[in-house]
Design a protein around this ligand. Sequence first.
Ligand code: RP5
Length: 216
Amino acid sequence: MPADNVQSLIDQLHDEAEMDRPNDLTPDVGIIMGSDSDLPTMAGGQGKRPGAYVALADELGFEEQTDYTDAPESRFTFETFVCSAHRTPDLMYAYAETAADRGIDVIIAGAGGKSADLPNMTASIAYPLPVIGVPVQEKSVDSVIGMPQGAPLTAVDAGKSFNAALSAAQILARQYDDLRDRLVTYHEGLQTDVGEASRDLHELGTPGFKRKYWDE
Ligand code: RP5
């Protein structure tokens, strides 16, 4: 029997699934993780490289939807939950089972440890909704990607939740030209950064480059 506060989340998910809200008012991407200790990897910060939150919110203009019935202004939104496969299996099941009816178009699921089962179990339950798995640690890679034939899961390398977010946006961009343009702009920015670094390194020389970029 789930704890009361877990049951209340489960009930809420089922209630929301029955609301039949228009797709443009529901979160497009669902981010779930096995523990709040995964948040630095899934979102970024606390000494970790930028994560899914940074990719979606800062690079692609998504907004985080924190109230299912009150969508933010941005057309593209995501929501975030902690949902442990082992400690709250009923919540994991409810999230995956209701995701499509709640209007989620793609799920990003991250988990750590050697038994990182949240991404693959979510993919099986939410099928055919696409799920992108993020192994939070190196030792989680095998358990995330090791799916049997017929039970697909797309996955990124350990800790690369930023790329998981880009992949999620790529999936959505098949439907939305605006999002496609944002992805192209982001990619052009990467090219510009490399171009700048290359010219500066060449023209300033290594000591000058280090002075300009490393001593700031
Ligand atoms: C996994 O166990 C979680 O995804 C997390 O990466 C790991 C440790 O969880 P905590 O003990 O920090 O809650 O299920």
